[in-house]
Design a protein around this ligand. Structure first.
Ligand SMILES: Cc1ncc(COP(=O)(O)O)c(C=O)c1O
Length: 381
């Protein structure tokens, strides 16, 4: 039996087909959730399948005890396609692991231990990153030992006052809070945050686990603000479903042998999966596609009855209602066969479709949402 920790829907997906997933009854669902924002290229994308198949036939795994040319290739490709000159890549296996390593590096370089994070942020369920996550229900005595302070997102004054103390090793921030309900850090806030960090010798860590690899329409969402953080973390969409996480370290910070490590991190299969993602983002001009489609979807969603506001960018959008979305989400899933995401805000539904989704498919989702709103409202009234 399983050690049950996940709230689940009673559905068994057995097949993927582009932006659709199919259950064991043959029912097709339009996937506007991507299994927690993971599916970037869509299910069974030919480039992805070809890359992973080819690699497993050559060599499925060898560890970091030998040269890893595929990691070097991946670092170069992302530097080029994202336009993040000379950032150094360390590979691991998940978002929490990437953030845990990033926080450790910040502590290593600054020789400090305090962490500053933001209200409603989510950074994973391990130790240091869990302490920076605004959800007391997942905290334990272990992570409460970490000296973490939370301030409100976009509160410049509170952030500056904390950092002035010069006690902090790191500030960790999502440029667009995913689980928190698609709340954006303002560009001017990110620019000031970078200045406060530089003035106080604090590391600025951009958690791009959900927003990175093209999801916002920029390769990394923070790039909208024009800053250059000390560390960027990525995972989720980076591998289109293959478990892979990464820490991207600013070239100002020189590596020390042994400070980080991972047996599985950066294995050949993970590299090929991530290379397929970045090459396809580049070749198919997916950033432009996401930007255009995201703007269109934003406007469509804004006009829906009962929508209070839409937040986020690109294909990372939150629809805010003045009622809990649980029944609406379930209606969309079970009656309309459109899978959408929830968030820690009970009134926000998340749109996180594959970056390759077509306008016609999103149109279907919007029409379904209109029908669902009419039906669900009758139930709520
Ligand atoms: C912004 C952000 N950071 C970190 C994580 C943790 O990633 P993982 O579940 O791969 O550990 C998540 C997961 O949802 C996330 O959204």
């Amino acid at each position: 039996m399983l050690y049950e920790v996940y709230p689940k829907y009673d559905i068994n997906f057995v097949q993927g087909d582009g932006c659709y997933v199919i259950d064991d009854q043959g029912q097709r669902y339009l996937d506007c959730y991507g299994g927690h924002a993971v599916i970037s290229l869509g299910h069974n994308h030919p480039n992805y399948i070809a890359a992973v198949k080819d690699q497993i036939e050559q060599l499925g795994f060898y560890s970091n005890s030998v040269n890893m040319p595929l990691q070097e290739q991946l670092a170069e490709r992302v530097n080029q396609v994202a336009g993040i000159k000379d950032y150094q890549l360390f590979m691991c296996n998940s978002g929490a692991e990437a953030n845990e390593n990033a926080l450790k590096l910040a502590s290593h370089y600054t020789e400090r231990k305090k962490i500053l994070a933001f209200g409603k942020g989510f950074h994973g369920r391990m130790t240091a990153c869990c302490s920076a996550t605004d959800n007391p229900k997942i905290h334990t005595e272990l992570n409460r030992q970490i000296d973490t302070k939370l301030v409100a997102l976009n509160d410049k004054h509170a952030t500056e006052e904390e950092l002035k103390t010069k006690e902090y090793a790191a500030v960790i921030i999502e440029p667009i809070q995913g689980i928190g309900g698609m709340r954006e850090a303002e560009d001017s806030f990110l620019r000031d945050l970078q200045s406060y960090c530089k003035a106080s010798g604090t590391f600025l860590i951009m958690d791009e686990v959900q927003s990175g690899f093209g999801r916002s329409g920029d390769f990394f969402a923070y790039q909208h603000s024009g800053i250059r953080p000390d560390i960027i973390t990525s995972a989720k969409g980076m591998g289109n479903g293959f478990p892979v996480g990464a820490v991207w370290v600013n070239p100002d910070h020189k590596p020390q042998k042994g400070i980080l490590g991972s047996t599985f991190g950066g294995n050949q299969l993970a590299c090929r999966a991530a290379l397929a993602v970045v090459d396809t983002i580049d070749a198919d001009h997916l950033l432009e596609h996401v930007r255009q489609l995201g703007l269109w979807l934003y406007r469509e969603l804004e006009t829906l009855d009962d929508v209070q506001k839409v937040t986020g960018r690109g294909l990372m959008l939150g629809i805010h209602f003045d009622f809990p979305i649980k029944a609406l989400r379930e209606h969309m899933l079970f009656e309309e066969k459109v899978f959408l995401g929830s968030s820690s805000d009970p009134n926000v539904i998340r749109f996180l479709p594959p970056l390759t989704i077509k306008k016609e498919q999103l149109q279907l989702a919007v029409e379904a949402m209109k029908r669902a709103l009419n039906t669900v409202k009758i139930g709520i009234a």
